[in-house]
Design a protein around this ligand. Structure first.
Ligand code: ATP
Length: 267
């Protein structure tokens, strides 16, 4: 599927257990892995409509979508709302969106992943780069579709900042649930170090993940993975296996985005 890049297939990847933290979300999704089967329909289970994942970048939101696609055995489509805008003719943008949604319905049951919902609709309040009228018409088109859709298209949307999101999205009936997928706490960082070291076929008993979790306060899952990769490259360049000390050094050498943001606020 390709509609000017508005809609594209994403590849499924891994399982929900490959994601550290977000236990509530993972359980909710696992319980619904059979939601779109014939057996669930006969039982009378209502089909889930969608979830909204809130939180800073790099904490595994795309990963959740790919793992859900894998565990639910449903195709995963990404809708890029930024590409829906087309100012060449009045009504073209809404038509683009309606066509993309129709295409998604034609391959349903499926999961529709929409990244950064807040960015797409920041213009509805009237921003410089997209005209406010078009933006609010797109928003209207999308909300109506969400409300009225009959086909089993499960919407998984993400947003970094909830306050930038039009309030309509938070109203009951639009998403089944809203989950925070935010910076991992110490226990979750332990899980993430363990997941990524195991993924690289390393004997986890050689590492003290308690210590690694302690020194990585404020790091996202993506930043933890980056620190491990940096440690591996460093050791590889010296023709040796990487160790606990390499990861500590790599972690200390990087500065998590969250800390930069805190400093900006304080400055
Ligand atoms: P963005 O909002 O920037 O898309 P995201 O929240 O979707 O970020 P991902 O792109 O899924 O985050 O994360 C990037 C990579 O970091 C993942 O592919 C994964 O390897 C690692 N990662 C992030 N969070 C976790 C986590 N909770 N558990 C395990 N790995 C993680």
């Amino acid at each position: 599927i390709r509609r000017n890049g508005i809609l594209e297939y994403l590849e499924e990847q891994g399982t929900l257990d490959d994601i550290g933290g977000s236990d509530d979300l993972k359980l909710w999704l696992k319980q619904r892995s059979i939601a779109f089967t014939e057996r669930a329909r006969e039982y009378g289970l209502p089909q889930p409509k969608g979830v909204l994942l809130l939180g800073v970048p790099g904490c595994g939101k795309s990963l959740v979508a790919k793992a859900t696609s894998n565990e639910w055995r449903l195709p995963l489509l990404r809708l890029d709302l930024g590409r829906v805008y087309d100012g060449s003719m009045v009504g073209r943008s809404e038509a683009n969106l309606r066509n993309a949604l129709k295409t998604a319905e034609s391959v349903s049951p499926c999961i529709l992943f929409i990244d950064e919902l807040d960015k797409a609709f920041a213009g509805s309040a009237g921003s410089a780069d997209s005209d406010a009228g078009t933006s609010s018409r797109i928003l209207g088109t999308f909300l109506t579709w969400m409300q009225e859709k009959r086909s089993p298209v499960f919407v998984m949307a993400t947003a970094n900042r909830v306050e930038r999101l039009p309030g309509e999205f938070l109203r009951k009936g639009r998403f089944d649930e809203i989950f925070f997928v935010d910076l991992p706490n110490e226990e979750e960082r332990k899980q993430i170090f363990t997941i990524h070291l195991s993924k690289r076929r390393r004997d986890i008993s050689r590492f003290d993940v308690d210590q690694l979790a302690k020194i990585s306060d404020g790091y996202s899952g993506a930043e933890i993975e980056q620190a491990i990769i940096a440690a591996m490259y460093d050791a590889f360049a010296h023709n040796r296996e990487f160790t606990q000390l390499d990861i500590i050094a790599a972690t200390r050498a990087t500065f998590p985005l969250s800390r930069t943001m805190t400093e900006q606020v304080e400055a």
